[in-house]
Design a protein around this ligand. Sequence first.
Ligand SMILES: C[S@@+](CC[C@H](N)C(=O)[O-])C[C@H]1O[C@@H](n2cnc3c(N)ncnc32)[C@H](O)[C@@H]1O
Length: 217
Amino acid sequence: MKREVKSFVHVRSRTSKKDLEIFEKFKNKNFFDSKEVSHISKLLPEKKINILEIGFGDGNNLIEKAMANSNMNFYGIEVFKSGIASVLKQVQIHDLKNICLFYGDAKDFLVKIEKPFFDFIFILFPDPWPKKKHWKRRLIDQNFLNLIKQNLKEKGRLIVKTDWQDYADDIKKDFAEFKVLHDSNVLQSLKPIQTKYEGKAIEEGREVFTYITDLNA
Ligand SMILES: C[S@@+](CC[C@H](N)C(=O)[O-])C[C@H]1O[C@@H](n2cnc3c(N)ncnc32)[C@H](O)[C@@H]1O
């Protein structure tokens, strides 16, 4: 018998009028409900390099990287609607043509889309779920990494940053069979900016762990 897999993704239901307006404006152009997407390669004018950021939060990294790398396409998936709305506002202000956002759970999205499509997948400071009894809610585990692997092109790279020591230890174990780099300077223009959650970690004195690996090398 197939066991039911519970989703622990917190989906906020209240959306402000302004956010609804921006969703309406970009709906099915630069913004999609992930449930309605399968042919991701048709959504933006084709570029050689495709980047996905999972759980982009306020989206500052996604916007900055898209602005700095107009020769690449940037995709983001989030369950936090206000974050999506604030990125769409920036897309509007800067008239960005290389960003596409999805609302929904990254797991469902990665199962559904055509693959492999991405050259880089970023997961910056995934929710840590600090209590041990909640660790099963963490996004990154072996099953999720297999899914990421299917979605990365040959030599495609996964980049994970976390400030949570025991999460970092688990990720290290999951990556045991791969060559892992820790210096994000190798990413050159894609090196992530300091995100909101990285800022919090530094302020509170927590070490930040960076893992960069070619899952299909
Ligand atoms: C701790 S925040 C980090 C935000 C941002 N990356 C940063 O570093 O500031 C984690 C983000 O992941 C999003 N998230 C959690 N689970 C997700 C999932 N299954 N699919 C998509 N986004 C998810 C949350 O809504 C939240 O915005």
